[in-house]
Design a protein around this ligand. Structure first.
Ligand code: GLA
Length: 401
């Protein structure tokens, strides 16, 4: 039987590896879900693209405008998926053209199962057709979710959509979203460009939201779940601790800063999840802090690590290009904390890359959230400061010439 099949001479071989040279630094963009859930339509998406440009976010490095769940209409008789005709009357191609005309990229969402989490048509059984459709629309990024996947195995299901995207011939970033269930860090590196490591984020700094059959996690809870994963991140393949809640009204300015900075330290995708059309000055300042973004976008792509934790005060470090280091003092406690950080006596060691800052030589210190920083501090002296409750101080150390 096998011999007969071979004799028929099908030479097509599926390629289960992702597009290379995409997402060489963590993807930056915006996604509709955290703020709008199922309320998506083409006008809102276009306005978000406009706002990404007018607020300076594009200049700061944000590129992707990602439509999450619920854009879908029905499949036609041939199985092709169409957007909801009321919400997207001009279709996805026109929307992609608009987003591209702003110098941005368009992302879309589907699901490996029969239906999306929001009950819209999933891609199971239609993977190649859907990938071809997305490519014909000009889609640049696909978030691929994991609801209603009865009996499927994650690695195989994600390899199928990767093969389908490859076959469709358009470089599309693949965002694996199976919540870390099947350890995507073990098999995802050649399959997708980022993978969710946890369940959904919940819009609070330090709490867990129990939805009965599933839980959503506050910013600190998500942070703690990243432990042990840093070795899997690098250019083109990132741990994804979920989208940002910055500017969504539940976090204080200090908590927004801490959330944003920690995602930067983790080399996490920076996908804003707020309404870009109506941001406060504070929110814009957080989302467009170019020096913090530079830590995230550093070309080495090394995920940061925790140096120490003491009564709610954590010290984090991230090795950067040219011998620079980012150091963050995260205060998770509800009281202000005094830091008196003596560089010479503190051991900061990246045990994956086997590197340490060398405090026998001198580094200049730039305080990235302090507008009054005069750039004169160095590691010759201990660093002293007070970190308010639920806030962060973030430094960039540069070897002194
Ligand atoms: C899942 C994902 C979320 C979002 C919703 C959409 O919960 O983890 O990020 O995409 O589905 O229904």
């Amino acid at each position: 039987m096998g011999a007969t099949a071979f004799a028929q001479g099908n030479n097509y071989v599926q390629d289960y590896t992702k597009y290379q040279n995409l997402a060489l630094t963590p993807p930056m963009g915006w996604n509709s879900w955290n703020k709008f859930a199922c309320n998506v339509d083409e006008n809102m998406i276009k306005q978000m693209a406009d706002a990404m440009v007018s607020t300076g976010m594009k200049d700061a490095g944000y590129t992707y405008i990602n439509i999450d769940d619920c854009w879908h209409g029905d499949r036609d008789e041939q199985g092709f998926i169409h957007p909801d005709p009321t919400r997207f009357p001009n279709g996805m191609k026109a929307l992609a053209d608009y987003v591209h005309s702003k110098g941005l990229k368009l992302g879309i969402y589907s699901d490996a199962g029969s239906q999306t989490c929001g009950g819209r048509p999933g891609s199971r059984g239609y993977e190649f057709q859907d990938a071809q459709t997305y490519a014909s629309w000009g889609i640049d990024y696909l978030k691929y979710d994991w609801c209603n996947t009865e009996g499927l195995k994650a690695e195989g299901a994600y390899k199928t959509i990767t093969a389908a995207l490859k076959k469709a011939g358009r470089p599309i970033v693949l965002s694996i979203c199976e919540w870390g269930n099947d350890k995507p860090w073990d098999w995802g590196q050649n399959v997708g460009h980022l993978w969710r490591t946890t369940g959904d984020i919940y819009n609070c700094f330090d709490c867990i939201k129990d939805h009965g059959t599933w839980k959503a996690f506050g910013v600190m809870e998500i942070l703690d779940k990243q432990e042990g994963l840093r070795q899997y991140a690098g250019p083109g393949h990132w741990n994804d601790p979920d989208m940002l809640e910055v500017g969504n009204g539940k976090l204080t300015p200090g908590e927004d800063r801490a959330h944003f900075t920690m995602w930067a330290m983790l080399a996490a995708p920076l996908i804003a999840g707020n309404d870009l059309r109506s941001m406060s000055k504070e929110t814009i300042e957080v989302l467009t802090n170019k020096q913090v973004i530079a830590i995230n976008q550093d070309r080495l792509g090394i995920q940061g690590f925790k140096v120490s934790a003491d009564a709610g005060l954590e010290v984090w470090a991230k090795p950067l290009e040219n011998g620079d280091w980012a150091i963050a003092f995260l205060n998770r406690s509800t009281e202000a904390k005094q830091i008196n950080f003596d560089w010479a006596t503190t051991k900061i060691y990246d045990d994956i890359n086997k590197i340490s800052p060398d405090f026998k030589s001198v580094y200049t210190i730039k305080n990235l959230w302090d507008k009054k920083d005069n750039g004169k501090a160095t590691t010759k002296k201990a660093f002293t400061a007070q970190v308010p409750a639920h806030d962060i101080i973030t430094l960039r150390l540069t070897p002194k010439k």
